[in-house]
Design a protein around this ligand. Structure first.
Ligand code: BJW
Length: 225
């Protein structure tokens, strides 16, 4: 059975109404990255960071999976491929679109994390900054999100899957943030064929063996078909 590793980014959820980061109307136009997406920003102003993620959690809950999420779920369900979706997205639209084998390397909006003891539990819709941890009682509760300078989740597992893959596909990511931006080179070094599906050429587009550019709801179902 062909093993396919699929990396997704904000672009796959854009047509579900979830904002991307680096577009001219993206999230980083309105927020300074270091204020809302670093552990230092959270230590400085936890209320601001909690507000940022509470709004993102509400937007994700109100959004619905689109044809691209559903196409990846259909690819996994067809029984002819072993599909692993590695997503940088913190929304749950892959799962709600029907995908089962999903790794959230940058965490999830539906999770809470204790910065003191690393205990993780489901987040309430509205998180207050520094709620007490149910495991250790420390007032160090934060969103279970991987911020700049922190180690993304399940990296060993991801690299192992990449090396063993028959195909690596990157969907809807600008290729600016590492280590995900390095997966195309990692796959290439392992002799794994690589394909980019994105609205426009990404930062690493020349590293891919092939690319198809257009909206995810068009290019992803067309590729899966
Ligand atoms: C469409 C579309 C449509 C639009 N259809 N497409 C040099 C080397 C290695 C690392 C570093 C380095 N220099 C600095 C670093 C560290 C840093 C980093 O990469 N910085 C860069 C800015 C250079 N990385 C880290 O700190 C990471 N940790 C780390 O490196 O740990 C150490 C380590 C060492 C060795 C091995 C492993 C680890 C952690 C990074 C955490 C990223 N966190 C964020 C925010 C938190 C999550 C959240 O709040 O949601 O994650 S940043 C933000 O960017 C978010 C995203 O997941 C991530 C990627 O963004 P994405 O998804 O690509 O979105 P956009 O907006 O950039 O692009 C969207 C794309 O879609 C565009 O191309 C559009 O064209 C396209 N699109 N509409 C199809 N309809």
């Amino acid at each position: 059975m062909a093993k396919i590793v699929i990396l997704t980014g904000a672009g796959i959820s854009a047509e579900s109404g979830i904002r991307t980061f680096r577009a001219s109307d993206g999230l980083w136009e309105e927020h300074r990255i270091e204020e809302v997406a670093t552990p230092e920003g959270w230590s400085r102003d936890p209320a601001l960071v909690a507000r940022f993620y509470n709004a993102r959690r509400a937007a994700a809950a109100a959004a619905a999976p689109n044809a691209a999420h559903r196409a990846l779920a259909a690819l996994e369900a067809d029984g002819r491929h072993e599909v692993l979706v590695v997503t940088q997205n913190v929304d749950d639209l892959h799962e709600r679109g029907g995908s089962r084998n999903v790794i959230h390397m940058h965490g999830t909006l539906t999770g809470a994390l204790c910065h003191a003891c690393a205990h993780r539990w489901p987040a309430p819709p509205e998180m207050a900054p520094n709620d007490p941890c149910p495991a250790c009682g420390a007032r160090a509760t934060r969103p279970d999100i991987v911020w700049f300078g922190e180690m993304p989740y399940r990296m060993e597992e991801i690299w192992e899957a990449l090396r063993a893959a028959d195909l690596f596909v990157s969907i809807g990511t600008s290729g600016n943030v590492y280590p995900a931006a390095g997966f195309v080179a990692d796959a290439g070094h392992a002799g794994v064929p690589t394909l980019e599906l994105n609205l426009e050429p990404s930062a690493g587009t020349r590293l891919f063996d092939a690319a198809r550019h257009g909206p995810a709801t068009e290019v992803v179902p067309a590729w899966v078909r």
